[in-house]
Design a protein around this ligand. Structure first.
Ligand code: TNX
Length: 741
């Protein structure tokens, strides 16, 4: 008995040792995200030791301090920092004129005695440091001492610089007030992935978050909503703002404030009712909806107010840009406001949209005096906006084309790729998020193309980059923020983390790395070690599901091979229909199932952090009563803005004369499919049709089409042509079923 016990102990130790060895091997690979321009590896390596010194050339003290502060907690080493003009060993930070002139460029060279980081500026140097941290084991991000880690840095020669200057994230602190501490952590996440622009959405209907000395009610009234125990909110004092701006600047992050106008302004109007058209007193609304109450464009006092606010804002934010919102203005109040109508007449404007252009122009003229450039949601890109502006394109790439042709710059913020308030998946267990544009999985974000047709050569430099959004309006609806294991403590902050990571890492590569070098499979491989980095850094994140690597048909079913995409994690699975958990069967290699719908598999990082299950949904089962599958539609097969034919081959599925029913059934996507008609063709000849309007989406209306096959002919080719289009966007998918009556 005793012997077996010792033997077991021995094997356990052996396993642990080989486990640790395997980690070492993985670590020796360079897995930097975003992928650098050029990486050469050597067989040498540098080991951080308690007596490793950090040398810096004059002017780089701040960067040296940041590096020491990044390395000290996990290593437990108390690094000596010293100014020096040259260094034979240790870590050396230098300002140098690099071949690559970009201010954010850097070079990082590691050999066995020296780690050298060079940058044209402190910004470049900061990025050299970020890459260095990614060469160290994930535990380096921990704020607690990590024992038994060899702090080895592989030998490399890296030269690197970004493709785009605007690498952004937007944080909506208007709908949910994030603490200063959280905002700093958010900046840390960005900086880790070389993102450099924080778009700070400071004002909205549901909250005004920045102290303005001249208008104290903006925060006394406008920063709070709800009554009694439901009362919530908060704001940043001007000192908090200065603190955030400085913290960001030290990490090469520029903070661009957004003061929304004319809409999304209920919090300000609740504080100062004269800012609205009616002067009526409102409360700060607790939910997000498109409000009719917007800033009055017809009164001079509105402009006085906005200019006073902007003056204080400019004093706090050194950023060259100021975001003025401009989205989703409902003009109903302007239409019945005597002041707005008088002004419209006076200026000879055709409609209220031109009144908004007037407002933008007036604000733009004011900001110009402060040498600032306005940024706005793509609604501001209208004729009449004289000076150059930046359009933040969220609707569709056509808007970007219009903007660059008018001479403006653009930043992509496209909903379908960059709205991180959309869920990545729709399967049970996914944290519920917004869904009005469908799903935004990480792979979709990675596929974003910043040079759509028409922009390329001529307007290349007008594309500044991209920015993803963390809208927090869903945080208002307590019921939508479902309890989820990793999101236990401060739910809203963890929720925001979960929306942000890992998609932020994918966006980072889209804006930093040349498109020609972007490769999803390679990215996925490099990412596999990054979840542990997030974890050590204390960030919440979403774990990806296992990947179905292969399924081979066998005599009595399928053999399934799964791929793990997270380092040092297990795959666990079930074959009995139940949801797997961290104690389910461990995956060690290919397994057999009768039907592909029979298995569900998860990635388990640890007992409390595991992914949603990978499974093959059984659509046929769900839709069985509608007959058999005639075909599918996907965003790729539904093209254009108008009705276009979706052709499905029904040869073999139509096998007798008689009446047939075709049913369109939506499965996923943010918008519905509209159907106009279904025509039946026999050998290319139309033989029957059913014309009526139908739709397949969250609700199905008129989605069943019926026709008669007159004389069935064996060997004939049967096809249907359905005239379909997406409602707003072509982003839904679904099944088309056929059933003989
Ligand atoms: C649209 S995008 C908005 C926001 C919402 C978001 C929710 C844009 C400029 N306006 O006010 O928070 O959708 O996804």
């Amino acid at each position: 008995m005793k012997n077996t016990k010792y033997l077991m102990q021995y094997f356990k130790t052996l396993l642990t040792v080989s486990f640790l060895l395997s980690i070492q091997v993985i670590r020796a690979q360079v897995t930097i995200v975003p992928l650098p321009k050029s990486v050469k590896t050597t067989t040498e390596s540098f080991k951080l030791k308690p007596d490793t010194k950090i040398y810096y050339q004059s002017g780089l003290h701040q960067e040296a301090e940041l590096l020491a502060a990044a390395l000290s907690p996990a290593t437990g080493y108390d690094f000596t920092i010293k100014e020096a003009s040259a260094a034979p060993s240790g870590i050396f930070l230098q300002k140098a004129r690099l071949g690559e002139q970009n201010r954010e460029a850097y070079e990082l060279e590691v050999n066995k005695s020296l780690v050298s980081i060079k940058g044209n500026t402190g910004s470049g140097l900061f990025y050299g440091i970020q890459s260095l941290l990614q060469l160290l084991p994930p535990a380096v991000y921990s704020r607690e001492r990590q024992k038994n880690v060899a702090w080895q840095i592989p030998g490399v020669k890296i030269s690197d610089s970004p493709e785009y200057p605007w690498r952004g994230m937007m944080l909506d602190v208007g709908r949910y007030f994030f603490s200063t501490e959280y905002v700093k952590r958010f900046i840390d996440m960005m900086a880790m992935y070389k993102m450099n622009t924080l778009h700070f959405h400071l004002t909205d209907d549901n909250g005004w978050r920045i102290e303005i000395k001249k208008y104290p009610k903006l925060t006394e009234v406008g920063a709070w909503r709800g009554k009694n125990e439901k009362r919530n909110g908060g704001y940043y004092t001007q000192d908090d703002i200065r603190d955030i701006v400085a913290y960001a600047a030290a990490r090469n992050v520029e903070v661009i404030p957004e003061i929304e106008m004319p809409a999304h302004a209920m919090a300000a109007i609740a504080a100062y009712p004269h800012l609205g058209c009616t002067g009526q007193q409102f409360e700060v609304p607790d939910n997000q909806y498109i409000s009719k109450e917007i800033f009055c464009a017809g009164k001079h006092s509105t402009f006085d107010f906005l200019q006073d606010v902007l003056t204080e804002v400019f004093g706090l934010f050194p950023s060259h840009y100021i975001h003025i919102g401009g989205d989703e203005a409902n003009y109903e109040r302007w239409k019945s406001c005597p002041d707005c109508q008088n002004l419209k007449k006076e200026l000879n404007l055709k409609n209220e949209s031109e009144l908004q252009v007037y407002m933008n122009r007036r604000i733009q003229a004011f900001t110009k005096k402060y040498n600032r450039t306005i940024v706005g949601w793509d609604e501001i890109i209208e004729d009449g906006l004289k000076e150059k502006a930046v359009g933040m394109v969220w609707h569709n790439p056509d808007k970007a084309l219009k903007a660059v042709e008018m001479g403006h710059d653009v930043v992509f913020s496209l909903t379908k790729f960059l709205y991180f308030d959309m869920a990545e998946n729709a399967i049970p267990g996914e944290v519920q998020m917004a869904n009005w544009v469908g799903l935004v999985p990480m792979e979709k974000t990675y596929q974003l193309n910043l040079m759509p047709a028409g922009i390329e050569a001529k307007h290349k430099n007008q594309v500044l980059g991209a920015s993803a959004t963390i809208w927090s309006d869903q945080f208002n609806h307590g019921t939508l923020l479902r309890e989820f294991v990793p999101l236990n403590e401060n739910r809203s902050e963890k929720y925001s983390d979960y929306m942000t990571l890992p998609r932020l890492s994918a966006l980072a590569e889209v804006v930093w790395t040349a498109k020609s070098k972007q490769d999803w499979a390679d990215f996925q491989k490099r990412m596999s070690g990054h979840y542990a980095r997030y974890q050590h850094a204390g960030y919440g994140f979403r774990l990806p599901q296992p990947v179905l690597a292969n399924s081979v048909k066998t005599n009595d079913g399928y053999q399934v091979t799964l791929k793990n995409v997270v380092d040092n994690a297990e795959i666990r699975y079930t074959v009995d229909g139940t949801y797997p958990n961290p104690y389910s069967q461990i995956y060690t290699g290919p397994f057999s199932v009768k039907s592909l719908n029979d298995f569900k598999a998860i990635i388990v990082l640890n007992r409390s952090q595991y992914s949603l299950p990978l499974f093959v949904p059984d659509e046929n089962e769900k839709f069985k009563k509608y007959g058999t599958l005639a075909g599918k539609w996907t965003p790729e097969t539904v093209t254009g803005k108008n009705f276009n034919p979706l052709t499905l081959d029904l040869t073999g599925k139509i096998d007798a004369s008689g009446s047939y029913k075709i049913t369109f059934l939506y499965t996923t996507g943010g918008t519905k499919l509209e159907i106009k008609s279904v025509e039946l063709y026999k050998n290319g000849q139309k033989v029957a049709e059913d014309v009526h309007d139908g739709a397949a989406g969250g609700e199905h209306t008129g989605n069943v089409y019926q026709f008669k096959v007159p004389q069935f002919e064996t060997g004939a080719k049967y096809e249907i042509k359905a005239m379909v289009r997406g409602d707003i966007d072509n982003n839904s998918s679904g099944a088309v079923m056929i059933k003989k009556d």
